[in-house]
Design a protein around this ligand. Structure first.
Ligand code: NAD
Length: 494
C-alpha cells in the first residue's frame, strides 16, 4: 500500500522539521502480523541521529514554552482537526496492517486520539498559578507551573496512536518539546498524527521522531537534553527505563503491564457481565494492558457463567484480514514471541491441572496464513492462583476462570500479583462495590463496566504497573514543574 502522506520507506526519522533516513542508512523491516509479509522498511536511528533530535528539541523548547496557553491550544486543536480531516482513513488502515487489530478497533483508537488532543487543547487555556501573602513580614508567594523541558516519549505497539496522543497532548499543552520513539513494530499510523501536528503549525523541532528498536530508546534516555522519560510498555522494560533514568535523576512517567481481575459476584447481572468479560478478554487479541487476565466467579454462579462464557467465546470471529473484515472480534497476535509466550501459559496451566474448555492452540483453518501469528480464543477452567496464567501478564486471548466463596477471598486473590493497573467488579450491591473498591490495589476499578479509561479521569497503575498518571487534569502533572517565587515588598522609596 503506497501512501503519499507517509514518509518514504526508510525515511521515518523526523528531526528539526525534516523527514529523513538514518545517518548510517540503517533500516528495519516492518512486518504484517496477519501474514508475515514485509510492509516497508523503517529507519533505525543511529547515535548521531539521536543527538541531533535531542538538540533540536532542546533548541525548540524556548519558542514553544514561550507561547501562551491560548496559542498552544490553537495549534493542538488544529492538529486534531487536520488529523480527522486528512488521516482518519489512512492512519487506521496502517494501524490494522502493522498491528493486526480489525479496522473498526483501529478507527476507534484513532478517533479517540484526536479527542485527546482536543481535550488537552482546552486544558492548555486553563493553567493557573496561585498567589498568597507570606506568613512572615511583608512577603508574598507566587506558585506557578513551568514545562519540564524535553520529553523522551517511548511508545509500545498495542495502542501506538492513542498512547502517543496521551503523551504529546498534555506535554505540548504544558509547553514541553518531544523526541518520540515509537515502537519498531507499529510506528506508521502514529507518524500520521505527528504529521497532523506539523501541518497545524507546530514549530520545527517541537516534535521529533526516532524510529528504531529498544537500543534507540535506551540511548535516548541517556541524552543530557532529556528531562522526562514518559514510557509505556512492559514491566521488564519499565524497570530498565527507570534504572537508566535514575542515573541522571531524570523524571519518569511509567505506564506498565497489568493482570486485570474480573470479579463476578452472585448478584451480578450476567446479561452484562458475560459479554463485557468476553470483550475485555479477547478484543485486540487480549493484547491490552487492561485486558481481563483472570476471571473470578462466586461459587453459586460458576457453572452458569462458564457455560454462557464458553458458548459466547466459541462464536468469536477471528480474522486474518482486519481490513476486509473490519467488525471481526480479533486478529493475530503481534509476533512469534507473543504466540510462544501465550502458548507456554496455556500449556503450563494444563499440565498443572487446568481444564481446557475452548481453543488452546493455533487455529487449524487454512484461512490463516502459516506465517501469521494466530491463537484460538482460549478458555481454561479449574485454574489455581499459582499458575503462570494467574500470576503473570499473558497478553493474549486466554480467559482463565476461577471460583470464590466470599468477596474477601476474591479481593485477596485479585491483589495477589505484582500488578495493579485495572480491576473489574460486577455486582448490584453498592456496599460490596464500595468495600471492594477501597481494598483492590489497582489504579482503575470498573464497577459493572469493562473499561477504566475516561478522558477526564486519571489512568495509571499501582504496584509494579507504573508510576504517575496519564489522562484528565492529573495527566498534565508529569510535564510541569512547580515553581515558588517569594517576594518581599519593600517600603516605597521616599
Ligand atoms: P516493550 O516494553 O517491549 O516496548 C515498549 C517500548 O520500549 C518500545 O518502543 C521498545 O522499542 C522500547 N524499548 C525496549 N527496550 C528499551 C530500553 N531498554 N530502553 C528504552 N526503551 C526500550 O512493550 P511492548 O511489547 O511494545 O508493549 C506491550 C506492553 O506494554 C505490555 O506489557 C502492556 O501491558 C504494556 N502497556 C501498558 C499500558 C499502560 O498504559 N499501562 C498501555 C499499553 C501497553
Amino acid at each position: 500500500m503506497v501512501n503519499e502522506a507517509l514518509p518514504k520507506a526508510g525515511q521515518t526519522l523526523l528531526i528539526n522539521g525534516n523527514w529523513r533516513a538514518a545517518n548510517d542508512s540503517s533500516t528495519l523491516p516492518l512486518i504484517n502480523p496477519a501474514n508475515g509479509t514485509e510492509l516497508t522498511q523503517i529507519a533505525q536511528a543511529s547515535a548521531s541521529d539521536i543527538a541531533e533530535a535531542c538538540l533540536a528539541a532542546a533548541n525548540a523548547f524556548p519558542t514553544w514554552a514561550g507561547l501562551s496557553g491560548r496559542e498552544r491550544a490553537h495549534i493542538l486543536q488544529r492538529a486534531a482537526a487536520i488529523y480527522r480531516e486528512r488521516y482518519l482513513e489512512d492512519s487506521p488502515r496502517w494501524l490494522t496492517l502493522e498491528n493486526g487489530k480489525p479496522l473498526n478497533d483501529s478507527l476507534k483508537e484513532c478517533r479517540y486520539s484526536a479527542d485527546v488532543l482536543d481535550f488537552y487543547a482546552a486544558e492548555a487555556r486553563r493553567f493557573r498559578g496561585s498567589h498568597f501573602a507570606g506568613d512572615q513580614g511583608a512577603t508574598h508567594s507566587f506558585v506557578f507551573q513551568q514545562p519540564v523541558g524535553v520529553v523522551a516519549a517511548i511508545i509500545p505497539w498495542n495502542f501506538p496512536v492513542d498512547l502517543l496522543a496521551w503523551k504529546i497532548g498534555p506535554g505540548l499543552a504544558a509547553g514541553c518539546t518531544f523526541v518520540i520513539k515509537p515502537s519498531e513494530e507499529a510506528p506508521l499510523a502514529a507518524l500520521l498524527l505527528v504529521k497532523a501536528c506539523e501541518e497545524a503549525g507546530l514549530p520545527p523541532g517541537t516534535l521529533n521522531v526516532l524510529t528504531g528498536d529498544g537500543q534507540v530508546g535506551a540511548a535516548l534516555i541517556e541524552r543530557p537534553e532529556v528531562s522526562l522519560v514518559a514510557f509505556t510498555g512492559s514491566v521488564a522494560t519499565g524497570k530498565r527505563v527507570a534504572q537508566a533514568a535514575a542515573k541522571g535523576l531524570k523524571r519518569t512517567l511509567l505506564e506498565l503491564g497489568g493482570s486485570a481481575p474480573f470479579i463476578v459476584c452472585r448478584d451480578a447481572n450476567l446479561d452484562l457481565a458475560v459479554p463485557e468479560a468476553l470483550r475485555r478478554c479477547f478484543s485486540h487479541t487480549g493484547q491490552i494492558c487492561i485486558s481481563v487476565n483472570r476471571i473470578f466467579v462466586q461459587r453459586d454462579l460458576l457453572e452458569e457463567f462458564t457455560d454462557r462464557f464458553v458458548a459466547a467465546a466459541s462464536q468469536l470471529h477471528v480474522t486474518s484480514d482486519g481490513l476486509a473484515e473490519p467488525a471481526a472480534d480479533m486478529g493475530p497476535l503481534m509476533n512469534a514471541h507473543a504466540v510462544a509466550h501465550v502458548q507456554a501459559h496455556i500449556d503450563q496451566a494444563r499440565s498443572a491441572g487446568a481444564t481446557l474448555l475452548l481453543g488452546g492452540s493455533r487455529p487449524r483453518d487454512a484461512r490463516f496464513p502459516s506465517d501469521g501469528f494466530y491463537l484460538q480464543p482460549t478458555v481454561l477452567g479449574a485454574v489455581s492462583t499459582d499458575m503462570r496464567v494467574m500470576q503473570e501478564e499473558t497478553f493474549g486471548p486466554v480467559a482463565p476462570i476461577a471460583s470464590f466463596h466470599t468477596l474477601e477471598e476474591a479481593i485477596h486473590a485479585a491483589n495477589s500479583t505484582p500488578y495493579g493497573l485495572a480491576a473489574y467488579l460486577y455486582t448490584q450491591d453498592l456496599d460490596a462495590a464500595f468495600y471492594a473498591s477501597q481494598r483492590l490495589q489497582f489504579g482503575g476499578i470498573g464497577i459493572n463496566v469493562n473499561d477504566v479509561t475516561d478522558i477526564r479521569s486519571p489512568f495509571g497503575g499501582m504496584k509494579q504497573s507504573g508510576l504517575g498518571r496519564e489522562m484528565g487534569e492529573p495527566g498534565l502533572d508529569a510535564y510541569r514543574e512547580m515553581k515558588h517565587v517569594r517576594y518581599r515588598l519593600q517600603l516605597p522609596r521616599q
